[in-house]
Design a protein around this ligand. Structure first.
Ligand code: DGT
Ligand code: MG
Length: 367
């Protein structure tokens, strides 16, 4: 029998965009476990389950203190039976058998190793695993054809697995800024993604570049690049941008060549054969994933909000907009279905206001 008086513990709204989630997570063991199950679901083409685990983890990230017993969780949103079972297991037995089993499973390990290769998604990894490929070595021996992204990903595998530090992100920011401003004096470069939310490390560095009227010349720094064009239809009138304008891009996934800290003062140069056969121990540069997003100034606020993350926070914002406000939010625009028009904004604050939400700063979007 539970004493009702001690049950009231935490109160958390169900939409992550109504919560302030800092990086100060009081339940890392529980959230790591649920995140691992989310990752496994996502890698197994079970996105619905993935989102359910992500939502459950995000609710725990928003709690002001560690959970010590399942009774404290009564009344909390987004905690389904499965997530509760995992939490109970950890609180009562110190570990979740499902999480431990998943971690050890050959399938999960192989999916992780293979999708850690830049350019390899769950589908490709799945196909390779069916062909008996479970490791990088087996992949290299297999004679599978790799596309350019995957070749670059394999070549720089060890570098890209290393977390990127804030110092490295800032160093890349300076180089990107210099390159962009030299061709586009008016351009503005903003650090987005996890670093904007205050994270100290990341799997990549994300930048938003506003107002591109010219080709970006980062040639000497990029080890690999793949660009996609902005196919978004301009707000009210007009068709998509002319398809012939190949030089404009909306997003550029790249692998950046960053000189070691002591070498950064000097100008970076093109790859030399010497670089290609550098020894890890004497490395003078490292490869870093850099994601460049470009938006016209009219879309800046939407791009900024849409690319700051976290992924779950973004998903929840769009869900809130659609379900509660009859609006469609994207990283390009906000459309009001009732009024039948686009709502213009020049700041994130304005967008929150349109959505009827209290403004949440980036550092509190770590859902
Ligand atoms: P990280 O890099 O692992 O430290 O973590 P984040 O939060 O920087 O995640 P990342 O780099 O994958 O993505 C940055 C943010 O951009 C993410 O929080 C949500 C957003 N985002 C990611 N992929 C897409 C996409 O395909 N479309 C849109 N609109 N937004 C995306
Ligand atoms: Mg990132």
């Amino acid at each position: 029998q539970i004493d009702e008086a001690e049950v009231v513990a935490f109160s958390v709204p169900s939409y992550a965009c109504l919560r302030r989630t800092t990086l100060d997570n009081h339940n890392p063991v529980l959230t790591d476990a649920l995140s691992l199950l989310a990752e496994n679901a996502e890698l197994s083409d079970e996105d619905g389950r993935g989102v359910a685990f992500r939502r459950a983890a995000a609710v725990l990230k928003a709690l002001p203190e560690p959970v010590t017993g399942v009774t404290q969780l009564r009344g909390l949103p987004c905690l389904g039976g499965h997530s509760l079972r995992v939490i109970r297991d950890i609180l009562e037995n110190g570990a979740s058998s499902e999480v431990e089993f998943t971690k050890q499973s050959e399938r999960f390990k192989a999916l992780k190793v293979l999708t850690d290769i830049f350019g390899v998604g769950a589908k490709t990894a799945e196909r390779w695993i069916r062909d008996g490929i479970h490791s990088l070595h087996q992949l290299q021996e297999s004679g599978q054809t790799l596309n350019r992204a995957q070749q670059a990903g394999l070549e720089h595998y060890d570098d890209l697995k290393q977390p990127v530090t804030k110092a490295e992100a800032d160093a890349i920011g300076e180089i990107v800024e210099e390159a962009v401003v030299s061709v586009l004096p008016g351009a503005q470069i903003t650090l987005i993604g996890g670093f904007r939310r205050g994270k100290l490390t990341g799997h990549d560095v994300d930048f938003l570049i506003t107002h591109p009227e010219e080709v970006l010349s980062l040639q000497g720094f990029l080890l690999y690049q793949k660009t996609t064009r902005n196919s978004y239809l301009e707000a009210k009138d007009g068709p998509a941008r002319p398809a012939s304008n190949m030089d404009r891009f909306e997003r550029c996934f790249s692998i950046f060549k960053l000189a070691d800290a002591e070498k950064r003062g000097t100008k970076q140069t093109e790859n030399t054969p010497e670089d290609t056969c550098r020894l890890a121990a004497h490395s003078r540069w490292r490869a870093v994933r850099v994601d460049l997003v470009v938006s016209p100034i009219s879309q800046f606020a939407f791009a900024l909000l849409g690319w700051t993350g976290s992924k779950l926070f973004e998903r929840e914002l769009r869900r809130w907009a659609g379900h509660e406000k009859a609006m469609s939010l994207s990283s390009h625009a906000l459309y009001d279905n009732k009024q039948g028009r686009y709502l213009k904004a020049t700041s994130e604050e304005e967008i929150f206001t349109y959505l009827g939400l209290e403004y949440i700063p980036p550092s509190e979007r770590n859902a």
